[in-house]
Design a protein around this ligand. Structure first.
Ligand SMILES: [Zn+2]
Length: 307
């Protein structure tokens, strides 16, 4: 099915490129900058060669903390569309980056700013905002992309936004979205079957960034390595967590590829549970080159660990 669509779109593309080459040098219709690699992968699924896509962060970087280097500011200045998780995930660096770029069309509230997290049902939304409780995310947990049902919802919205930014290619984006949606829902059924043994599994995570994955697959967190969001644990804090696991045992300790392995390995050795690393996003390892491979690898790593 993919090959068929590809060959049709290649013909369309060839016709389009020919028409364009009479007037302009061949180039992508729009520049898209994403905050995280998963949104670059999704944009590429939907826009193909019509967009030149790059991500501000790579898969081995912590998306909460990014430095606005000159090269990144230049890419921000040239972007027609900015695709980010939002929900304050990038609050520490994105507002400054957009301001420094001087690019008004991708400012918050403009059609050139797409906030992926705003299109999905959110977890961990605080019942009330209390500054005394520290750095609470008012909009809920921002790490939405590891539930593939969220990817499906966001994909439909992103295809519409691409069409709004680049109306000349609206039919192209709609066709690619339909093709992606079909393949994605088929893949979701496969992952859900493969992951059935994970239902009811308890785990320790490094940071609260696996909540959507857990809620999708029916897994439950019984502790985090971080004592507070963004704070690495001390030896004493890990000791407390280890003691706590005697009351509420965990089957594994889970971290993302970008997170430091030390605390995870410490707990794994003492609690005698496997330390599992998932890619977390596209491009973290050679098994996770696109969104389909990201979920294939994630489900495989988890099911292997509990065999
Ligand atoms: Zn976070």
């Amino acid at each position: 099915m993919r090959t068929l669509t590809k060959s049709v779109s290649n013909k369309l593309l060839a016709a389009g490129a020919l028409a364009l080459s009479l007037a302009l040098p061949a180039q992508a219709a729009i520049n898209v900058l994403t905050c995280e690699p998963e949104w670059a992968a999704l944009t590429t699924e939907l826009a193909g060669d019509k967009a030149s896509v790059s991500s501000a962060t790579n898969a081995l970087q912590d998306p909460h903390r990014v430095e606005a280097r000159p090269g990144l500011i230049a890419r921000t200045r040239n972007a027609d569309l900015l695709v980010c998780t939002g929900l304050d995930l990038e609050a520490g660096w994105l507002p400054l980056l957009v301001q420094q770029s001087g690019n008004a069309k991708i400012a918050k509230g403009q059609p050139g700013y797409f906030e992926a997290g705003s299109f999905v049902p959110r977890l961990d939304v605080p019942a009330k905002l209390d500054r005394a409780e520290g750095d609470v995310h008012a909009f809920g947990n921002p790490h939405v992309h590891l539930n593939p049902h969220n990817i499906a919802l966001i994909s439909a919205q992103l295809a519409k936004r691409l069409a709004a930014i680049d109306p000349a290619n609206a039919a192209y984006y709609a066709a690619r979205q339909a093709d992606f949606a079909g393949r994605w829902s088929q893949a979701m059924r496969k992952w859900e079957t493969q992951a059935a043994p994970l239902r009811g599994l308890t785990l320790v995570e490094h940071h609260r960034n696996m909540e959507y994955l857990m809620s999708w697959l029916g897994m439950r967190q019984v502790g985090t390595l971080e004592p507070k969001p963004g704070v690495e644990p001390s030896a004493a804090q890990l000791g407390q967590l280890l003691a706590q696991l005697q009351q509420q045992p965990a089957k594994l300790v889970l971290r993302a590829a970008y997170q430091d392995e030390r605390a995870s390995n410490w707990l794994s050795q003492r609690a005698h549970i496997p330390a599992v690393v998932v890619p977390f996003t596209v491009g973290a390892d050679k098994e996770s080159g696109d969104l389909f491979a990201l979920f294939d690898t994630t489900v495989q790593r988890l099911t292997q660990a509990v065999k």
